[in-house]
Design a protein around this ligand. Structure first.
Ligand code: IMP
Length: 427
């Protein structure tokens, strides 16, 4: 595993945290390259459950270096809160095992406010964001008005850039949204107060990761959200504001794309989505509800109930192909155990025409119809199974038929939240 990217192949919440925590055992460096505290990666270790929003999922393994790359939208309060929580639970987090890019853009209070206000403004056309300020922060990055971690560490530069940013944002807050302005002095104090604590982690992480790779160390890139939420390739505009797949690594981790040696997708044995936007395989009936209950499908970041539906082979095939994945991990297969019949989407019908490839135009997904196949459920617990041959025959049939539909091998199956609840199949 010289360098490996693990990414979500659906709409996020595929169970990446657990798989990355597991793969981190064989890595030296774990790198987050996009997104921010909109992510919520859950790792269960014995009786302890850790929910990580910004800190990479390798942190629970001693001796690994965890990197927050320049492509991450960093909420410094959330980061330090997470570090404190880890400390309180006896996890070592310091400048030697957590690195933060000096070029990561900082999320300020005005970004969070504007995230909420812009959603309110959009009304029925809202995206259903996590409200973490992610979109406004990336928008400022592209508009070249944002502040980076390095700016936070330099008081004069911070005052100048934050002052300039707030002049514009306050006009927006007061004149467009008729809300109160933010006081530049107080904002400066609030964020500058964190600089001393952050500085221990800050460095040129791109150079550090490239040097580690050149020295033969194993790099694991941890994708957040999922390909169907990718800014360019997802269900735009109902997406997040970053590049969620392998495509985000070159810019978000400052790592050469031709040194990304392997890519593996993660997808649940069914499908969920939070927020608004098209979801062709959604099941709003009792089966969808049952899946949500069995899978405890509530957002780890927002607590919102997730919309539930069936495995969508069209979407997953697209996500894996787009990212050059050598295979994928099927998670939460155990959640389907109580169902007597399991559906899987095999093709779409767009204005009467059958298609097995994902339509690039969101408009095509309006009123999309789906073709599905029905699999017989196995209706027995599988959370104790650790070898593929020990799965009930019907569960194996399900995995193999899905695998064929997707056209890419299932390299591992996850059958529960615990670290060891996996069935290896080549990964
Ligand atoms: P934002 O990333 O907060 O701007 O939200 C944009 C869209 O991405 C919304 O539909 C969110 O629900 C979704 N989203 C963002 N982060 C995650 C995640 O980690 N899991 C699942 N959905 C997410």
């Amino acid at each position: 595993m010289p360098s490996l990217c693990v990414f979500g192949a659906q709409w996020g919440d595929e169970g990446k945290g657990k798989i990355i925590d597991r793969l981190a055992r064989e890595a030296d460096v774990v790198v987050r390259y996009q997104g921010g505290a909109n992510a919520g990666h859950t790792v269960v270790v014995g009786d302890e459950t850790y929910i990580l929003h910004l800190v990479p999922s390798g942190i629970l393994h001693p001796g690994k270096v965890n990197v927050i790359g320049n492509g991450v939208a960093l909420d410094p309060f959330k980061l330090l809160e997470e570090v404190d929580k880890l400390h309180a639970r006896g996890v070592h987090v310091a400048g030697d095992n957590l690195r933060l890019s000096s070029a990561a853009h900082v999320i300020f209070q005005h970004h969070q406010r504007l995230d909420a206000l812009s959603e309110r403004w959009k009304g029925a056309g809202r995206i259903g964001t996590t409200g973490r300020g992610i979109g406004p922060c990336y928008a400022d990055k592209a508009s070249r008005t944002g502040l980076r971690v390095a700016d936070l560490l330099d008081p004069d530069r911070c005052r100048e850039r934050l002052g300039a940013a707030l002049a514009e944002k306050n006009a927006q807050l007061t004149r467009l949204y008729e809300e109160q302005a933010l006081d530049p002095g107080r904002q400066m104090e609030r964020y500058q107060g964190l600089a001393a604590r952050l500085s221990e982690f800050v460095g040129d992480t791109g150079a550090e990761v490239r040097a580690a790779y050149a020295a033969g160390r194993r790099i694991l890139f941890e994708g957040a959200q999922g390909v169907m939420l990718d800014l360019d390739h997802g269900t735009y505009p109902y997406v997040t504001s970053s590049s969620t797949g392998v495509n985000g690594i070159a810019s978000g981790a400052a790592f050469p794309p031709n040194r990304i040696d392997r890519a593996v997708g993660i997808a649940k044995a069914y499908c969920t989505r939070v927020g608004e936007g098209p979801f062709p395989s959604e099941d709003t009936g009792p089966d969808g509800e049952r899946i949500g209950r069995a899978g405890r499908e509530f957002g780890t970041t927002t607590g919102r109930p997730r919309r539930c539906g069936w495995f969508d082979a069209v979407a997953v095939r697209y996500a894996l192909e787009l990212n050059g994945a050598e295979g994928w991990v099927m998670t939460k297969l155990d959640v389907l155990s109580e169902l007597s019949e399991i559906r899987a989407i095999t093709a779409y019908r767009v204005r009467g025409a059958r298609r097995e490839s994902y339509p690039a135009e969101l408009a095509s997904l309006r009123g999309v119809e789906v073709e599905h196949e029905v699999h017989a459920g196995w209706q027995e617990p599988i959370d104790h199974v650790r070898a593929y041959a020990d799965l009930p025959r019907r569960a194996r049939d399900y995995v193999e038929q899905i695998e064929e539909r997707v056209g890419s091998p299932v390299l591992m199956i996850s059958v529960g939240p615990e670290r060891d609840q996996v069935i290896p199949r080549g990964l």
